[in-house]
Design a protein around this ligand. Structure first.
Ligand code: F6P
Length: 549
């Protein structure tokens, strides 16, 4: 295993000098010089087609990046992940999300035993619960069928599930409505409960630790709402828990058969293929969820077995390193041109930024290199009318991921064609831009001349050379979604190995949580804590504001 700082690897140094030679090349020229470029820089795997030719790369760039992956031991770390080694070093845990989608007929050994029996038992229980809910045979305390499911969870116990429900649920009508509550802001729970009936509502409390403050407070308030509406304690029967903390879920009152497991070898943000996805099975059906697992497994195998040069997560991860560390790109945009995938950027924000937003190496040494960029994005077509101006003419280099379905979820020729045209046009415009001479000719063609033309011209020129990768698929199916999820998980893993960070811990979220606990106690009248001047003054102002009402 490499212990060398990434920027001391020979390939990193070679990439630095290579970058200085090619950074100013325009992709227009690269395309003009190589008729084979689109073919050369594209890959197909697991029903996904990746075109990465609109990146600021040459064949040599890719060779050097693959060499960097080798020198950073990406292949050995990949083996360690599959072998169930404790690659989450600061917590001494394995990161075995790949076992969650392993096929049922093959063993997956971990710590001297096969984890598949417990994985399969969890899948079976998911099926029983989701089938009953969808068939209307799961009843509330008064004997009426459950018609609404409210999922309570935050971060990794929420974002992926809501993203997947949005992505897949449109295919199924007449099933229990699935809603989500994540924020501790009471407005979230109040809004989600609106119109729901205590007799017909079931709650899923999703929390690996069963101790996350926001989730536990929302769960307690939901239980109170249920009690008020039913006139009794109906937690057993109308609450399901998905957790690694069985004892806490029982103590809360959840019936033993309604506690679904996750394990310490599944990180929260990597748990979309675990029983955490119960709301996905409820909304889209367990068969659809099993299809999602099959898609994720296909991508797992592709990642595990394919040489680096043809390996989609490796290629995308290395491009991420290329822009972050050699072009100093501070952000990366994710742009789904597929409305059901509109929550993908929010899901990837946690996956990538909570995993690789770190400044120390696995051994605790300062890294001294840039790591995870800010990941952002939105539904591509909507975003064209908000932040695309910055992508086209701003001062930032922003590598973009375009996700494009050949056919939309609601096939409609006019809509599909317009959406697809926009996706392709935006990527083309970002790459090629429009030079001054052509812009001038067009403005003249519109009748502009003299000082008016001179004044307008600089505003209408597009520099181009903005990189993007396009992921194209026929249509968004559960299988495609599973492949996409695994693709992004492994892409992130490749980057984290190149940067030398542990992608599976998240100590950075602890400090704020700790301080908030103290402030909650203060607000409840438990004295005055020691704060910086700004925080103390804000607290004092809050107290004054509250005392008025
Ligand atoms: O605070 C961050 C975090 O620990 C995430 O890593 C995790 O996904 C989320 O909180 C929720 O944790 P839990 O599932 O234990 O409630």
């Amino acid at each position: 295993m490499t212990t060398r700082a990434p920027n001391h690897l020979p390939a990193w140094q070679a990439l630095l000098s290579h970058h200085s030679r090619i950074a100013s090349l325009h992709m227009r020229r690269l395309f003009a010089d190589d008729a084979e470029r689109a073919r050369r820089f594209s890959l197909e795997a697991c029903d996904l087609f990746l075109d990465y030719s609109k990146n600021r790369i040459t064949a040599q760039t890719m060779e050097l990046l693959f060499e960097l992956a080798r020198q950073a031991d990406v292949e050995a770390w990949r083996e360690r992940m599959y072998a169930g080694d404790a690659i989450n070093t600061s917590e001494g845990r394995a990161a075995l999300h790949v076992a969650l989608r392993h096929p049922g007929d093959a063993p997956f050994p971990h710590a001297d035993r096969d984890v598949m029996p417990q994985v399969l038992a969890a899948r079976r229980r998911m099926r029983e619960i989701s089938d009953a809910l969808r068939a209307g045979t799961r009843l509330g305390h008064s004997g009426k069928p459950i018609t609404s499911v409210l999922h309570i969870g935050i971060g990794g116990s929420h974002l992926g599930m809501e993203m997947a429900v949005q992505a897949l649920a449109a295919r199924e009508a007449g099933r229990p409505a699935v809603r989500f509550v994540s924020s501790v802001d009471a407005a979230n729970l109040a809004g989600a409960l609106q119109g729901l009936d205590a007799e017909t509502t079931l709650f899923i409390v999703a929390s690996k630790t069963f101790s996350t403050a926001e989730t536990m407070l929302n769960a307690a308030s939901a239980a109170q709402w249920l009690r008020a509406g039913s006139g009794r304690d109906a937690i057993a029967g109308q609450f399901i828990a998905v957790t690694a903390n069985d004892d806490a879920a029982r103590a809360f009152g959840v019936a033993a058969e309604d506690i679904l497991p996750v394990w310490d070898w599944v990180g929260g943000r990597y748990s979309l293929t675990s029983a955490m996805a119960l709301p996905v099975a409820v909304a889209a059906g367990m068969d659809a969820f099993e299809e999602l697992l099959a898609g994720a497994h296909a991508m797992d195998r592709h990642f595990h077995e394919t040489p680096l040069e043809q390996n989609m997560p490796v290629v995308l991860g290395l491009l991420g390193v290329w822009y972050r560390n050699f072009f100093a790109a501070a952000t990366r945009a994710v742009l789904p041109y597929d409305y059901p995938l509109r929550a993908l950027p929010a899901y990837l924000q946690q996956l990538e930024m909570e995993s690789a937003g770190k400044s120390v190496a696995r051994d605790g040494d300062a890294l001294g290199i840039a790591t995870c960029p800010v990941v952002w994005g939105a539904s591509g077509n909507d975003a064209q009318h908000s932040f695309f101006q910055l992508l086209h003419q701003g001062s930032e280099l922003v590598p973009c991921d375009f996700l494009v379905a050949a056919r939309g979820a609601h096939a409609s020729p006019g809509h599909d064609d317009t959406l697809l045209a926009n996706a392709l046009a935006q990527a083309e415009a970002l790459m090629g831009g429009r030079e001054a001479a052509e812009t001038r000719a067009r403005l003249e063609g519109q009748g502009l001349g003299g000082p008016a033309l001179k004044a307008r011209l600089p505003h209408c020129v597009f520099a181009g050379n903005q990189p993007s990768s396009t992921l194209l698929y026929e249509r968004l199916t559960p299988r495609t979604l599973g492949a996409l999820v695994a693709l992004y998980e492994h892409r992130l893993f490749v980057q984290s190995v190149c940067w030398g960070v542990n992608a599976f811990d998240q100590w950075g979220v602890e400090l704020g949580k700790e301080l908030a606990q103290g402030i909650v106690a203060e607000l409840a009248g438990g004295g005055v804590g020691s704060h910086d001047g700004s925080t103390a003054a804000l607290l004092e102002r809050v107290r004054r504001m509250r005392s008025k009402s």
